[in-house]
Design a protein around this ligand. Structure first.
Ligand SMILES: Nc1ncnc2c1ncn2[C@@H]1O[C@H](COP(=O)(O)OP(=O)(O)OP(=O)(O)O)[C@@H](O)[C@H]1O
Ligand SMILES: [Mg+2]
Length: 219
């Protein structure tokens, strides 16, 4: 299980301190929510976790090490900006991304079909992505994030565009990812079900269980 540590991370854009000294620890078996209003720096922090942008100061480590390309393959990342190849067929797009993550063609297709079934998109496999509604595309993006069975999942606004039923389905997937939680860890990913960061069963900074990491708005 991967342990993520952020220590005093700072990111400045011009006059804006987008992330202003955030520290947190999250480890396998937990659902950790980053909470904050628009502009608080959630996406910036996530981009720093994924090494898309570097912090101006502070450190971000995974099991005590800087992120590596191999480690990136063990992470499922749902970026804030979504983008599937719209002219391609859904099943083919998913299979392609599975292969980018190191799955062979057959396994990739098999997993894509399995996941499409789970999110009720089985009949859409042969349709072009552009024929799917916004929420359906969002579900497809989440499938793409989980397809290679990552050890760590980082989701930026996972519920955006989803109806309440589908939000519930996605929360249940978080339960799938807690399946290997050690004894004593919180195994209920749905608590609190409707609170901020809904689906965050256990999260926190400085060992405060059930508290999410709150980011202040900037500016
Ligand atoms: N590439 C960038 N260049 C300049 N400013 C940026 C850049 N990325 C983010 N910012 C600024 O950093 C601050 C934090 O933005 P960020 O996107 O991280 O917020 P957020 O918490 O994800 O917001 P939202 O809930 O709207 O997605 C904002 O003031 C934003 O304008
Ligand atoms: Mg954001």
């Amino acid at each position: 299980m991967i342990k993520v540590s952020v220590e005093n991370a700072v990111k400045v854009y011009g006059d804006v301190r987008a992330v202003d000294g955030v520290s947190l620890d999250a480890r396998g078996g937990q659902v950790f929510a980053l909470l904050g209003p628009n502009g608080a720096g959630k996406t910036t922090l996530i981009r720093m976790l994924m090494d898309i942008t570097r912090p101006d100061s502070g450190t971000i480590t995974f099991d005590g090490e800087m992120i590596t390309p191999d480690l990136k393959h063990r992470i499922g990342y749902l970026p804030e900006e979504r983008g599937l190849y719209k002219k391609q067929k859904l099943g083919a797009v998913l299979a392609y991304f599975g292969r980018l993550h190191g799955l062979d063609k057959e396994t990739s297709l098999e997993r894509a079909r399995e996941w499409l079934g789970r999110v009720d998109l089985g009949e859409w496999e042969k349709k072009k992505v552009e024929e799917l509604s916004k929420g359906m595309q969002q579900k497809a993006q989440i499938v793409l994030t989980l397809l290679h069975d990552p050890d760590l999942v980082i989701l930026d606004e996972p519920f955006s565009g989803l109806d309440p039923l589908n939000i519930q389905v996605i929360k249940e997937f978080q339960g799938v990812h807690l399946r290997d939680a050690p004894e004593g860890e919180d195994r209920d990913p749905l608590h609190p079900p409707d609170g901020p960061g809904g689906g965050a069963g256990r999260s926190g900074v400085h060992d405060q269980p059930r508290q999410a990491c709150a980011l202040r708005p900037t500016g």
